[in-house]
Design a protein around this ligand. Sequence first.
Ligand code: GLU
Length: 489
Amino acid sequence: MQQAHITKQQWLIKFWFTLSLFAVVLVIAVNSGNQHQYKDVVESGVLKIITRNSPTTYFQDRDQSSGFEYELALKFSEYLGVDLQVEVADSLEDLITEVESGNVAFAAAGLTVTDARSEHVTFADSYMSVTQQLIYRTDRKRPKSMQAMLEGTLMVTAHSSHAQQLRHLQKTTMPALTWIERDDAEVSELVQMVENGEIDFTIVDSNEFQALSGFYPKVRTAFDVSQSQNLAWAFAKFSDNQLLNEARDFFMLMRETGLLAQLQERYYGHQNQLDNVGTLTFLRQADERLEKYQPLFEQTALQHDVDWRLLAAIGYQESHWRARARSRTGVRGLMMLTRTTAKEMGVENRLDPEQSIVGGSAYFAKLKKRFSHINEPDRTWLSLAAYNVGAGHVRDAQRLTEQQGGDSERWMDVKDRLPLLTKKKYYKNTQYGYARGYEPVHYVQNIRKFYDLLVWREQPEPSYTMLGEGSIFTASNTYKTIPPLTQVN
Ligand code: GLU
């Protein structure tokens, strides 16, 4: 009896010992796959994330990295006090697999939070809501209902939330629905295919279309294909919560300080300002008229250390690059100088394109000096507003911004106050009085748009390059040029 009792005890001890050993081995095995927990990040000084190339996530603009997700992740790495390392996945499937296997700290890739994905990854707090939209070409009748998707070729990105949504529709209400999934194409390529008439429809997220639509004048959105959905960063399921908690605190801070809204404004704020006709006209006139003046813009830009495309964008907004342009108020020439400004800048003949470009650019550079204490890109936007409406009115709007608790050094705050200068209640207490304050707002938005179009026009194909060493994926050369959403520095 005694013997048997001891044996049972021994067995129990053995059992628990084996079980705990197994648990320890399991924990070690699981964690060894993930070298990107909070403490690893801090110890190594490197935050390694994965993203994908697209206009709303990550792209190279000339020699610098850009993109909403990239900048967000960069801010997070600064918040943690470490360096950022970026990997680029060439499909959404690879992206999720990389997160799951713990080869990166997380994915910052405009990922939609879906139930199916939540089985594989843990999402951080959402930073943006979007809807999925059906995109069509304007030479066909606007699709009115989901049934219209049956009447043409529909193509979406493989493994995307869009493909998931189509599967859901097929299962529930539209068994006849068919579509093509592409692993090697991202949104801008699909939108381009609709624009070219190669396919009839695609589905993209509303933020993606907002960023793209200005570059593809022949496409529109028909209707929402989904309810509102959340975008968030994706972490490995087994990762410790510390990094996730840091991300939570970070997003809270980004919200509270208004930095998240500012970043959104930078990437999405000036889109959709031009109608499609405006974009087509711009591109046509860039082909027809710009060549003649481009060397002048380039030379002048060098002197003032600004981007020539910004000066060219001002020139287009002012006169559509016409040397003899004239406004009702007697403002004249390619850069539309007033008599006073022309005199101040030493311009003798406002109709001489060279004098006009040199004088206008010097005037812009002078305005930029007045705002030299302000960080880019806000400094550039405020200087442009001053070029349009006068520095005095911009200063008034800045003071109003401050009085209302806004930040007078932020364009997104000041642009909300500029239109108040048309209202007596506000302008009666300002130094320079009434101004058509909504005009500089449109003015700046248009120039930002023209600038983006000029950058886009120049980009060689393919435009993707990768950042940093250790990228495990190679950029796919099936990508087409991405319209850049640059900030001007
Ligand atoms: N938000 C989409 C997703 O998570 C993006 C996919 C895409 O643009 O292709 O699947």
